[in-house]
Design a protein around this ligand. Structure first.
Ligand SMILES: Cc1cc2nc3c(=O)[nH]c(=O)nc-3n(C[C@H](O)[C@H](O)[C@H](O)COP(=O)(O)OP(=O)(O)OC[C@H]3O[C@@H](n4cnc5c(N)ncnc54)[C@H](O)[C@@H]3O)c2cc1C
Length: 396
């Protein structure tokens, strides 16, 4: 494992740093997981920043130049995320589009789809959301039941999606539907690009523990979707889905903007009176986790630089990240003493948001399954339902 930047990586880091030093917003951009903030406050700030990035050619690092990106690889993306964290900037609010829908359309879309969707996505003239999960299909996403039936050159969609982040303001959604129930579950799915203003779509907010409502249930009643909005072949949507999920995992692997160790240390110094032995112990244990995550990150970069995909490493990183955010924010609240009981502060808000990191983008248990099978070589989970027709599966 090599911890140092190669000459090319160092040159890229210097270029990114110079750009950010000149253009990064002086006022921090609000983040949902850090504080209570309304959509009409947060959206314009994130949009303005993305448009600045776009104007200077930094709008999407890993998209090819042909589609307005910078044509760089995952290592540069990791360096960029690191540099963003250094100037106090967190993840983009538009990750569903820039980090997930965009790469999927580039990989599987027709020329007409690339022409139509990519530029407005980069300039945030159009915002995207992800309509994958359903009440009965989350970890086992291929068990989804939302039905699409062909009628002429349109599909009629009926079903329910859930936990759809940003659907309340999204213009477009990546939507998975069941188009052949007689096929095994992975083989009867089609992927659509859904105009969220189509009649028959109802978006209902879901309130979280923080009091905010950033994700939604989405009900689809006789929603008509043109066949031209299908991404990939009929019943061949699972391959496109894997592209989206791989990109989602990559987008969620780093700690930048999710939790900052130095902020916790500063907070502990300011509240030294509450630093009893047990708290010191836990701070030290957390520090070892933070360092372990940095080492895992270095291992991922090394693998990427050899042209390998760090699948198991990114699962372990996501597990570690969720644990760090939960423990770090819990300590942050504890250091506040009785004031921690109030729901108003940023530590309390982050702590109430932290459970989401154990679920979103693949739960802890699913990441542990990956680690068990691919790192420890334990027996694989029973997947005997893979060849059974979807309609014959017993479903709850
Ligand atoms: C903040 C947030 C934002 C989200 N945004 C979106 C979004 O924009 N679009 C979208 O489509 N979805 C979104 N999701 C949904 C997310 O992808 C799912 O919640 C996640 O995949 C888990 O699915 P589930 O909630 O149905 O839980 P389930 O899959 O029903 O799991 C329930 C429990 O069973 C465990 N479990 C399930 N299967 C196994 C197994 N094989 N082995 C061991 N344990 C297992 C799980 O770990 C969990 O503890 C979001 C979730 C969160 C928290």
């Amino acid at each position: 494992m090599d911890f140092n930047d190669s000459p090319d990586e160092a040159a890229f880091r210097a270029e990114a740093r110079a750009f950010l030093d000149e253009h990064a917003p002086r006022e921090p951009i609000p983040q949902y997981h850090k504080e209570k903030v309304e959509d009409d406050v947060i959206l314009p700030r994130h949009r303005e920043w993305q448009r600045t990035l776009y104007a200077h050619g930094w709008g999407a690092l890993t998209w090819s130049k042909e589609y307005g990106g910078r044509g760089l690889g995952p290592i540069e993306q990791i360096i960029w995320n690191h540099e963003l964290g250094r100037v106090g900037l967190g993840p983009s609010l538009f990750v569903a589009g820039l980090g997930m829908a965009g790469p999927t359309i580039i990989a599987h879309g027709t020329d007409a789809q690339k022409e139509r969707y990519l530029e407005p996505m980069l300039k945030v003239d159009e915002i995207w959301c992800q309509l994958f999960s359903e009440p009965g299909a989350g970890s086992d996403l291929a068990g989804l039941a939302c039905r699409a039936v062909l009628d002429g050159d349109e599909w009629i969609v009926n079903g329910q999606k859930t936990w759809c982040s940003g659907a309340q303001y999204a213009d477009w959604g990546m939507m998975l539907t069941r188009t052949d129930p007689s096929a095994p579950k992975h083989k009867g799915i089609s992927y659509f690009l859904l105009d969220m203003k189509t009649p028959g779509i109802e978006v209902r907010p879901l309130q979280q523990m923080t009091g905010d409502a950033h994700f939604n249930e989405v009900f689809l009643n006789d929603v008509r979707v043109p066949d031209a909005n299908r991404l990939g072949p009929v019943n061949g949507g699972w391959l496109c889905t894997l592209t989206t999920l791989t990109n989602e995992r990559m987008a969620m692997a780093g700690t930048e903007g999710m939790f900052t160790w130095s902020e916790l240390v500063e907070h502990a110094r300011a509240n030294g009176v509450r630093m009893d032995g047990a708290t010191r112990d836990e701070m030290a244990r957390l520090f070892t986790w933070v360092k372990a995550l940095e080492l895992l990150n270095a291992r991922c970069v090394t693998k990427l630089s050899r042209g390998e995909i760090p699948t198991a490493e990114s699962s372990v990183m996501k597990l570690a990240l969720a644990r760090i955010v939960s423990k770090g924010t819990e300590l942050g609240v504890r250091l506040l003493g009785p004031e921690g009981l109030l729901r108003t502060g940023t530590w309390q808000h982050q702590w109430l948001f932290a459970p989401a990191f154990h679920i979103a983008g693949g739960t802890d248990e699913i990441q542990k399954n990956v680690a068990a099978e691919r790192v420890l070589g334990l027996p694989v989970e029973d997947r005997s339902d893979r060849e059974t027709p979807f309609e014959d599966l017993s479903r709850s």
